[in-house]
Ligand binder design. Sequence first.
Ligand SMILES: [Zn+2]
Length: 173
Amino acid sequence: MSVDKAFREMVRNEIEAQLKPLRDLVSRLEAGTADLDRLRTVAEQLAPLAGAVGPLFGVAAGSRGAAAAPVRRGPGRPARAASAPAPVSGGKKRGRKPAAEGGSRECAIRGCGKPSRTKGYCAAHYQKLRMLEKTNRRPTNWVDYAESNSVEDIKLPRGRAAAKALAEAKNAG
Ligand SMILES: [Zn+2]
């Protein structure tokens, strides 16, 4: 019995010691000298400890200072988990179709020769395709996943002619 009591006392003192930084922080917070982020960090570190050990000795988590457990967490869950970096997974590659059979293919635009990157077009020609589409001028033969070297490039008008072409395309759409 007395051993049990001594053990409880010891653990309680240990918890007390662990919670002291938090308590100090709370009083500094009340005095307006600490920032909330730091409080949150300390509280997150201490909450699992108090939550896991407290119930074993009849101490409800938070009863010894309500600020001790503002973050609810399952008992026994390691505090480390919260700060662990997100797993780096080999996730999806963005917007790319896997290379066709037999490795890389060339841009759909005739004579371009650059490797195709998106929907059969090289980076530059895909940009151009998007721009033409946006301005309602996409040529019908500029199809997605067109054959390599199969599509005739178009020369865009410049200067005043460009403005005129844009306006015409807009009216047409
Ligand atoms: Zn190209």
